[in-house]
Design a protein around this ligand. Sequence first.
Ligand code: HEM
Length: 934
Amino acid sequence: MRPFRSPTVTVPAAALTFAIALASCATKGDTVDACLAMAERGLRPVSEERSKRFLGKVREDTAQCRGGERAVAWRSVPWLDWQSYWATGDAGSRAPGSDTTHLSANGRGIDGALLDLEYQRIELIKFNLFDSSGTYPDYVRGRDGVGGRALKVWPEMRLPKGHPLYDAVGGDGTQLCRGEQIRFRQLNGLCNDIKNPLMGSARQAFARNVQFEATFPDLGKDVLARNRHGERLGLLTPDPQVISRTLFTRAQSRPELCREGHGLPGAAADAQCDYKKAPFFNVLAAFWIQFMTHDWFSHLQEGQNGPGTMAVGCADASQGCRPGDRVDPGLVAESGDPATFSHGGKPYLARPYRTTRNNVTAWWDASQIYGHDETSRRRVKRAPSDPAKLLLVSVSGRPGAGERQGYLPLLEAADPMLPQWSGQEATGFPDNWTIGMSFYHTVFAREHNLFVDAFRAQAAATPDGDSGLRHPDRPTQVIRYRDVPADDLFEIARLVVSAEIAKIHTTEWTPQLLYDEPLYLGMNANWSGLFRGRELVERALERVTTGLGTSTDEKATTQWYSVFASGPGIFGLGSARTSDGTPWSLANPEHVNGGVNHFGSPFNFPEEFVTVYRLHPMVPDLLEYRQWDADPNRVRDKVPVVETFRGRATQAMRERGLASWALSMGRQRLGALTLRNHPQFLQNLELPRLQTETGKIDVAALDLIRDRERGVPRFNEFRRQYGLRQLTRFDDFVDTRLTKGTPYRIEQERLVGLLRQIYGQHRCDASKIITDAQVNADWSRITDCLGHPDGSLVDNIEDVDTVVGWLAEFPRPHGFAISETQFQVFILNASRRLFSDRFFTSSFRPEFYTHLGVQWVNNNGPDRRMEKGEPNGHEVQVSPLKRVLLRTIPELALELDPVVNAFDPWARDRGEYYSLEWKPRRGAESDAAFSERR
Ligand code: HEM
């Protein structure tokens, strides 16, 4: 192998233009000086030590150069600096008189934000990968002279003896998936990485993003954790139900119209359940993410936790909670003391104190639709008339051009299922079934079938044409359209649907979740690169990137790889340009697999990722039901979400139809992710299967209990571990940009008071070191006093549950529906699940997807369409979910016409540059939702 030489360029590609720009920035005198000082100093090096990382905080001159005085002032708070740079908010954040070229103030703001984000990603890849399945000692120590972060194959990812495919992949020798095993996404996720067959398959261990020693703080096994929390933590301490009732409950102005989320009889439109709304994100977005999580991870096996039940707190019923609630304990994989090892004189744990399994595939493979093992696959019904299709049945009696595409069939008695799933639609992942799940499963089943129809039409028109598909055993033999069997076409459609879903999530859902310019650019760069339309640059960068991927130099294969991938984009990496410069060949395993990079740690989601997806406040209690063919501006009913749970979701879908549900959820705003905003019905959810005294469970409290069961570090250490600045008191949660005495600020201060009431205070001991993840600004160790005088009364900020902490983060970047702590977790894992997946990188090829499949994914459908105008200053293709909806529910064409992003409330006027204003677009003035001020 050719030795890797560090690139002569010393700045990330994403920042190249920015660095050049600095030398000649020309605004006010102070800013010029600041920019020059910053340029002269050069870019900060990537930290060599965990404890001295970037933290998203820049020097004063850098802040001045990128955002002026406002940015300088913001440096004193713990929150990310880039949110105060120029042009990173709405129109008001733009520098007066500046355009958006790289040299301008606005350009420096946006480029600076992108640069900060790139540093975060590099350091996250460097410091936050902890695999729990046994590979960690090699990651730290390296193997056979290769540094751990450059390792690409692990014995733990081999198929064990006795596995049905053991011999097929090479048995005792070098294991390599080949032939039939590598053609499509395998049901249980095997052989995505052809050299690591087990990686990402169902029932592999959840990884971690935090040092193993920082997990399970309440076990008190680690001295730093003991110093951090004293004796204050336990599974039910502080009481999770009391936290839920005090910090999570939605205040109701008319409780009699809400009735704990049950609304009024007959779904009367007079019902009212108050909730805090996010003006730029709709209910479709809430259910989208539930739909995604069902694909990515599940701690439950076929909807089941561990045996028996356990208490769930509520020592004091006067708080409104229920002492009689009980719940089944979470499943645990390994719980004995972990092995230890040492390296460089330092002791390490080989895994967390306990591990859990991800019971579904970790790949973005639409396993929620298609199943993840033999049991779940038995629920997936194919059309007898054409087995390439999913079975959809007609439900008669409704107008609408999409209706004839049909609805999912119901589970049958012979299907594997829990009793509570009976009456639901049949699909791979049926747990926690809601109207939103019914919606998306139906939409994507229709989309699957539409792709099959298009393929069949192509095959009828050009039966002898080259489909692009190849069999790895006969790589040069053309497979004509007419020769593609139905089973293969089913799998090709699955590949296409999975890639469409990943694209929707990356380029449509996330840029609306994080609605500002840096994130729009950043997410689109993840998918299609920073140099769209500049093919020469892209080609060169792709070749460099894939070359870096094969390097055994740790820095090259991680840090530089991540940086250069921003050029061509992660999606499709290695599918055109190979690292050795030869044409891509299916016969060459290095080409098939050459675009993946796991950065030295096998891919699976970390436990911490699940924590930041506990997004229950997004769900409203009542759905504002509208009818697509009779005045969409009118809310006809308020349907309680709880009445659309499980089999009742299916019933509601069939009775009212896909188009009206799309319209209703498309127009309604979702719940903001903040304190005191959990749905009432989830706090009082009936779970008769538990056969407990109350038969109910508080899901909001359960979110905390599950995190504690799984040893997620508490909020402040969580932030330190992820390279974010710690808080030193509850008051840090208050957004100091708000003027004192204004209603929002008063409310935040009140909630901070409640945090103090729940978590309390203690007299601190400055001799107790509490972390080794970070140090103080003067390089001293962080102690129990968090910088306050020894012996003083300090807030128990260390004990705050992570979900509580991120909900309490009031200061957020513009347009962020989530907090910066959650976002930090996404930066790492959202790109990793693309980097690690062969079908999104080097195997995104016609040999697997067919020519039609590749075009379908690239064009968002059978043809390419551009959106009218330039939303937020960009020429954009019609967005992928909008295209899917236009195909699967064509009767919504008129309603969808002005929609730019399917997750922005459909009747909202998007206004200018990332406006969050809640005002109606033309034609929706009479929509009652706009008469509410918030
Ligand atoms: C009607 C709506 C919903 C209901 C009834 C519901 C119910 C539940 C329940 C009962 C659990 C606990 C499972 C357990 O640990 O025993 C759970 C877990 C969870 N829910 Fe929801 N949920 C809903 C919507 C959502 C949404 C919109 C999201 C958004 C992402 C979400 C994300 C999660 C996550 C991440 C978990 C943890 C899963 C795991 O541990 O593997 N849920 N939900």
